[in-house]
Design a protein around this ligand. Sequence first.
Ligand SMILES: [Zn+2]
Length: 342
Amino acid sequence: MNKNDLARFSRQLLMQDIGYEGMEKLMNSKVAIVGCGALGSTQAEILARAGIKKIKVIDRDYVDLSNLHRTHMITEKDAIDTLPKAIACKKWIKEIDSSIEVESVIDDFDSTNAEKFLNNVDLIIDGTDNLESRFLINDFSVKYNIPWIYAGVSSWYGNVMFIKPNQGACLRCLIPETNNQNESCDIIPSIGTMTTLVSSISSNLAIRYLAGNEVPYGVLFVIDGRDISLEKIKITKNEKCPTCGLHQYEFLEKKISRNVVRICGTHAIEIRPEKFLNIDFIKKINKIKEKFNVISINKYSIRVQRDTIQIVLMNNGLGIVEGINDVNIAKKLYDELFNIII
Ligand SMILES: [Zn+2]
């Protein structure tokens, strides 16, 4: 720890259960945060400030006005600029502590990349908003014996559980199956107090664990924000649990088609390129303007419009066509924009 670190963390070094040794452990830890929305951005901010020096954030989405009421580390300008959430997170983390190694991934998190993205981390933190992604993290965690923290918010309620794989209950011991195919399609009511509270509790567990302390695992924390109550429920490890009992990793092994996908809960279609690229939009701005109305442009993304349809294209080639349900028209527009740019 250098002189600057000693000054920066002078108060945290005084914390019982952290101290100099715990602080060194925190600084040598690597975490992956899946999702960089209301939960993920807050967790990332807390962990960055607490001295975690290697942080990976994974999110496909971009900042939208509807995120601002509850999401840390984003601004109104980020929404106007259609900045990818993973980039907004990275930008702020570097502002908090420029010595942090931040890896930002703009991509869907799914079975085709989970092993690549979560490889070689000490802890995985749930900043997602759907059960499918959580079951995928859970599969990875049990298969590779890497702990993770489940964190979920809906309305005034929150859930947090530290999952120590192959020792305590996993997520599927608690929730055996997804409720239905479209569970993530519902727009979840949310408020910043609850996402911040749940982020804080999950980050607290992360910090205590990474600093070398025992943490309660297989215990579900249920938070009720209406009367500010916290209930602790011990979850029993189920010997017949498909993941940690039978070691079947169906979410990790799931074959998926991911070239053109309807984004549920919206009139939007996601289109992926054959392979990820590194596109320079600025160079082609005049050609783009000949064909589309340019709403916003930066080095990470461009938002263009034609009639009532808008296209957001990330610099890796990932595109979201908004305001449309017809996959063929969406694909045609995406191709037209893509071919101007590459
Ligand atoms: Zn289990």
